[in-house]
Design a protein around this ligand. Structure first.
Ligand code: FAD
Ligand code: NAP
Length: 320
């Protein structure tokens, strides 16, 4: 027998957007159910220090997310370990199926599925994933104690990953396709001051080189985008930090998306093109993509869901 759960508000995702939506909708007595997905706590669980969460000069990402979960539970939200594999937004109540076999139904849904790391898309990257190629320095950095690593990217994630890796690696080469980083200046300062870091500007990575038995990385072949010159950078580990793409697989063809794939919402709102369905955080935000903005959008989504449910109820009452 499959388990069935109905709630007024179903929240999909357990990053800052999802947990904030849970806190607000629980305090509005909407008894929300939040499904965590395969990454409970979201992206901040794969980083270390967070220095821009207001109220904390410095907080560890995983600790912050444990606190957010505890806050949501304390307010009365039901937090469930499951992953939503399909969603039906064409009928009411909306329904979602979990990998656990549970079918969740809800009068309003808040989508807070966030974003996932992008990959270069090279066959050699695929081949060495888990064998020297990674998109998470916090998870895998420890394996490179005293070894040389390469990081590709030029945003906040790449700089933070490179700095974190200097705790273990003997040398970190950062490869960027331009001659200027996109990351915050404070992070750039730290990077440029670190003696273990070397920058390779105006280069892209064409291939990850390695051994077959055992499978392992020995270097990367990089190309100068201005001169076409090819360089081999020896390394034991290759970290990809070229940005994140919204987690929208569940919604393809069901909800309006922006041209770049992010979920579309009305201006200054979390309302999607289906009444009763709201989107918050990195799944819809193609501009700011910060923990604090995701949390802010989670708050907006909960307040808008509350208003939507009250309007639906008022119409029902008037019709009776
Ligand atoms: P996410 O945190 O991406 O969470 C998405 C959630 O959705 C996850 O819990 C996942 O399990 C769940 N999910 C996805 N699909 C499903 C599904 N099908 N069913 C159920 N659940 C699902 N921002 C800062 O402000 N400061 C920082 O210092 C900072 N450092 C960062 C460091 C790194 C390495 C990275 C990658 C990002 C960092 N960011 C930082 C950005 C910040 O983490 C994101 O902006 C923020 O986490 C977005 O929150 P979110 O709630 O939208 O989604
Ligand atoms: P990002 O800001 O989108 O940066 C991606 C970087 O990768 C860019 O420098 C980009 O180069 C490069 N890149 C993209 N595709 C590439 C490719 N195919 N080959 C080579 N290089 C490629 O992504 P992010 O760094 O993951 O950050 C995502 C969001 O999370 C941002 O909003 C960021 O501020 C936030 N974040 C915040 C913090 C913090 O506050 N401390 C930490 C981490 C992340 P170009 O510059 O040439 O485009």
């Amino acid at each position: 027998m499959t388990d069935k759960r109905h709630s007024k508000v179903l929240i999909i995702g357990s990053g800052p957007a999802g947990y904030t939506a849970a806190v607000y909708s629980a305090r509005a007595m909407l008894n929300p159910v939040l499904v965590q997905g395969i990454q409970p706590g979201g992206q901040l669980t794969i980083t270390t220090e967070v220095e821009n969460w207001p109220g904390d000069t410095e907080v560890q990402g995983p600790d912050l997310m444990v606190r957010m979960e505890a806050h949501a539970r304390a307010m009365g939200a039901e937090v469930i370990t499951d992953h939503i594999s399909s969603l039906d937004l064409s009928r009411r109540p909306f329904t979602a199926k979990g990998d656990s076999g549970t079918t969740y139904s809800a009068d309003a849904v808040i989508l807070a599925t966030g974003a996932q790391a992008k990959w270069l898309g090279l066959p050699s990257e695929e081949k060495f994933k888990g064998f020297g190629v990674s998109a998470c320095a916090t998870c895998d950095g420890f394996f490179y104690r005293g070894k040389e690593v390469v990081v590709i990217g030029g945003g906040n994630t790449a700089v933070e990953e490179a700095l974190f890796l200097t705790n273990f690696a003997s040398k970190v080469t950062m490869i960027h396709r331009r001659d200027e980083l996109r990351s915050e200046k404070i992070l750039q300062d730290r990077l440029f001051r670190n003696p273990k870091v070397e920058l390779l500007w105006n280069h892209t990575v064409e291939e990850i080189l390695g051994t077959e038995a055992p499978l392992g990385v020995t270097g990367v072949r990089a190309k100068n985008v201005k001169t076409g010159e090819v360089t081999v950078v020896p390394c034991d580990g290759f970290f990809v930090a070229i940005g994140h793409a919204p987690a929208v697989e569940l919604f393809a063809g069901k909800l309006k998306q922006k041209p770049n794939g992010y979920l579309w919402t009305e201006a200054d709102s979390t309302r999607t093109n289906i009444a009763g369905v709201f989107a918050a955080g990195d799944v819809t935000d193609d501009i700011y993509r910060q923990a604090v903005t995701a949390a802010g959008m989670g708050c907006m989504a909960a307040l808008e869901a509350e208003k939507y449910l009250a309007t639906v109820q008022a119409h029902r009452d008037a019709a009776e």
